[in-house]
Design a protein around this ligand. Structure first.
Ligand code: NI
Length: 188
């Protein structure tokens, strides 16, 4: 296991569509997934996609920390989960705004609309088929990470760019903070 360098916005790998994991790349996961976990932990994040460490493959990891889970159905705390070749479908059209950060855009937070309820499918790190309904933060982190696999960073999803800023400034500004939650979203 090793902590890898997290690439940042501007690197073309983050704008590329990542390749599905197939028989020619599956053996690489043995090294890649543990490195992703170690890198995410070292950075203090709650999600990471393989392209963020420079490997353009469809693999993500994420967790739902107790502090973030709303405990609504589909948004219970969840231990670290790897998802290979994930697919998402929204369960309905409802969206909600929420603050997000990204380890590839350090220091910034932005308010991003996401589907409130989704179903996702994929394989876990052992090759078991996963199919799950998710809501709230759980749904948000999965949508954020799967976007990385399609070359999309969260500012591209934003509806109001005035709701993008440096978290330090938002929290220390004398004017009322646009962020009501002092720890809005751990970077993913
Ligand atoms: Ni991210």
């Amino acid at each position: 296991m090793a902590v890898r360098n997290i690439i940042k916005m501007g690197n073309p790998v983050l704008a590329a569509c990542a390749a599905p994991i197939d028989s020619s790349t599956i053996s690489e996961l043995v090294g890649l997934l543990p490195d992703m976990v170690e890198t995410m932990r070292a950075a203090g994040g709650v999600g990471l996609a393989a392209p963020q460490i420079g490997r353009s493959l469809r693999a993500i990891i994420f967790e739902v920390p107790e502090a973030r889970a709303t405990n609504a159905p589909g948004d219970e705390p969840r231990d670290l989960q790897a998802l290979i070749n994930p697919e998402i479908e929204p369960l309905d059209e409802a969206t909600e705004l929420g603050w997000e950060g990204c380890l590839s855009i350090p220091g910034l937070r932005g308010e991003v609309p996401r589907f409130m309820r989704i179903r996702y499918r994929g394989l876990d790190g052992e090759g078991n088929r996963i199919e799950r309904e998710a809501s709230g933060f759980h749904a948000r982190v999965v949508q954020h990470e799967v976007d990385h696999l399609d070359g999309i960073l969260y500012p591209e999803r934003m509806l109001d760019m005035r709701r993008l800023g440096f978290v330090d400034e938002m929290l220390t500004s004398a004017i009322p903070a646009p962020i009501d939650d002092p720890e809005p979203t751990d970077d993913t």
